[in-house]
Design a protein around this ligand. Structure first.
Ligand code: ADP
Length: 273
């Protein structure tokens, strides 16, 4: 009979315990590093608009106020910077709620076609300014019913379509494609802009990551749009994909579960009867 060695068993247990604790310590260190980097990023992002607004207001108080033209110009610039700060705070709140899982998705049938039309109306002015045309394909598709959280998916579509308008070419096209499968609908937002260089493609979903920092800031981006898109789609158990070709354009796509089993055409035909 082989006798078990009590010392060996104790040593094994200690080894398992130490390894487990070490893993926990490593996790905590990683979290702490993430927290510190996040704070540094956020402080940096806050500083830019605050310093700018401060600069304009102090210059006005130091005497520039006397000149009516300068007064209006500087006040507008200060207001613009404060508006950016407001957008940044709102985006940060959404992102932090998504990251801590505080937001419950309210999955209900919703019509993507109607939602897209609403977003096109909201973006009409900036699209017109850039001479960009907004289209849906197939253009005769009457309704696209999916099961999703309408408010959150509205944010996803707004971020993707607004990016396509802002970063696409002036005078270009933005097309929202609906591709119906058996259980899912694939939704793609396509532009024919300059594209995103390959080496940046898997980093654009990180918070505050921008391909061209100065251009993105000038356009008014917070650098959080795509991070928010990624989190919202994760919470819908789906993923965002991106394809881009230099000078040809960029396509962002994702799938959502269909709300009804009939095909979209069948559904509309049945309703017409
Ligand atoms: P931002 O607020 O800067 O727009 P996003 O997270 O929405 O932040 O996007 C991150 C970066 O990805 C942008 O700064 C831009 O450089 C790039 N990007 C996003 N969409 C497109 C697009 N359709 N075409 C080209 N570049 C894009």
């Amino acid at each position: 009979i082989q006798e078990s060695n009590p010392m060996k068993t104790i040593n094994d247990e200690i080894f398992v315990y130490v390894t487990k604790k070490q893993k926990e310590i490593d996790e905590l260190k990683k979290l702490e590093l993430f927290r510190r980097e996040f704070l540094a990023d956020v402080s940096h992002e806050f500083k830019t608009p605050i310093f700018a607004a401060q600069g304009f207001i102090h210059t006005l108080l130091d005497g520039a106020m006397e000149d009516e033209n300068v007064r209006e110009r500087f006040l507008k610039k200060a207001a613009k910077n404060l508006d950016s700060l407001d957008v940044l705070v709102k985006d940060l709140l959404v992102l932090s709620q998504m990251e801590t899982g505080d937001i419950k998705m309210n999955l209900l049938p919703m019509d993507m076609r109607l939602l897209t039309n609403n977003i096109f109306s909201r973006l009409e002015n900036i699209a017109q300014d850039r001479g960009v045309s907004l289209k849906v394909k197939p253009d005769d598709i009457p309704e696209v019913w999916v099961k999703a959280d309408a408010d959150r998916i509205e944010q996803v579509m707004l971020n993707l379509i607004e990016n396509a308008v802002k970063y696409g070419n002036e005078g270009g096209k933005v097309i929202v494609h609906f591709n119906e499968g058996k259980k899912y609908v694939e939704i793609a937002v396509r532009d024919n802009g300059p594209g995103i260089p390959h080496e940046h493609l898997n980093r654009i979903f990180e918070r505050f990551y921008r391909v061209d920092k100065s251009r993105s800031k000038e356009i008014g981006g917070t650098g959080l749009g795509l991070a928010i898109v990624k989190h919202i789609l994760n919470a819908h158990n789906t993923k965002i994909a991106v394809m881009s070709k230099p000078d040809k354009g960029t396509t962002f796509s994702f799938k959502l579960e269909k709300a009804f089993t009939q095909t979209l055409i069948e559904k509309t035909e049945n309703e017409a009867l």
